[in-house]
Design a protein around this ligand. Structure first.
Ligand code: G4P
Length: 322
């Protein structure tokens, strides 16, 4: 399994903006995709935000599997200095739950002299603009002239004593868990040209076959799901849905796009691709592999430096130093 890596840019700007802003922040909201909370989280954030109280917002809950959303909420709520709520764009007044959770996390803030200052972060496509627009309503206030505030930063007052700071650019994690790359690509968070749709669709089918076989059977009118390989499954779907090319051969690309579209539009029902304990295992394995890769890289670099030094200090036949 190859690891999908994708770098949407502006990372440096975002890191700098967060570091500058964090001292005057009371709570950090991380918007997560409720279908893939672990994979859509950014492990860099805890370091960058220096252990500030954290509110995890599981967004797009309307697309996610409710029992699994509950499991993720319980997982986050069990951690010190952390709260979690689930939201979706159809909710008329998301501000109430969000404001309450922030006050629980920073009870000493509130009122005009000590307004609550909240930073909101999230990977692309997680629904940040949609949520901010809903929260802002008529009260939206863009600022850029305030001293020390990055020009592109946005401050929104969602209550008279509650300020939300948006971060410019994006903070994208270095992906060290192979499954995360596939889940992010399946969800639509990764740019279209940065991954192979067929590979991602096959991985998605693998997950769906294990956790949601009846949904696959119902959607694509398949009598058998469990006994098929991922490729056989994609081929069967392609045939059922008429994703064919000349000679009645299955058009794999079309079939893959169809499966990804069905997942993204929730035509397959409400699905969550990962559970907390499962994700913790992937992460631990990914971190071990990453550490091993780093040791190898360091050894190669050390070796290169030693050889470079040897070349520099060795003498030419005429006795001069090289
Ligand atoms: P971003 O700022 O984090 O990059 O995300 P943005 O708000 O642009 O949202 C990305 C996509 O996700 C949008 O769909 C948006 O409508 C959708 N979205 C946001 N929140 C929710 C939610 O809670 N539930 C569901 N189901 N979808 C949500 P799009 O197809 O890119 O655009 P459009 O169809 O809205 O035009």
């Amino acid at each position: 399994m190859a690891i999908i890596q994708w770098f949407p840019g502006h990372m440096h700007l975002t890191q700098k903006a967060i570091t500058e802003r964090i001292k005057a922040i009371d709570v950090v909201i991380e918007l997560l995709d409720a279908r893939l909370p672990g994979s859509s989280a950014n492990p860099l954030l805890a370091d960058l935000t220096q252990g500030k109280p954290a509110l995890k917002v599981l967004n797009k809950q309307d697309l996610a599997d409710p029992p699994r959303t509950d499991a993720w909420l319980a997982h986050y709520n069990a951690q010190p200095g952390m709260r979690a709520i689930a939201l979706d764009a159809s909710m008329a007044a998301p501000a109430k739950a969000l404001i309450r959770a922030c006050h629980e996390l920073a009870p000493n803030r509130g009122g005009m002299t000590k307004p609550m200052r909240v930073l909101i972060c999230g990977i692309p496509n997680v629904g940040k603009s949609t949520l901010i627009n809903t929260l802002a309503g008529k009260r939206a206030a863009k600022t850029g002239d305030e001293a020390g505030v990055t020009k592109l930063e946005q401050r929104i007052a969602i209550a008279p004593d509650f300020y939300l700071y948006d971060t410019p650019g994006v903070l994208w994690p270095r992906i060290i868990v192979a499954q995360s790359g596939y889940h992010l690509a399946a969800s639509g968070a990764v740019g279209r040209n940065a991954f192979d749709e067929q590979e991602v669709a096959l991985e998605l089918l693998n997950t769906l076959r294990q956790h949601y076989p009846q949904r696959l059977a119902a959607r694509y009118q398949l009598t058998e799901v469990a006994g098929l390989s991922d490729e056989q499954l994609l081929e069967a779907i392609g045939r059922k849905r008429g994703a064919l090319q000349r000679g009645q051969q299955v058009n794999w690309q079309k079939a893959a796009e169809l499966v990804l579209d069905d997942f993204r539009s929730s035509a397959l029902g409400r699905i969550t691709l990962e559970a907390p304990a499962e994700f913790a295992q992937w992460l631990a394995a990914g971190q071990t592999l990453d550490a091993q890769r780093q040791v190898k890289k360091d050894a190669i670099e050390r070796d290169r430096k030693i050889r470079f030094k040897q070349v520099k200090t060795s003498k030419r036949p005429d006795g001069k130093k090289i």
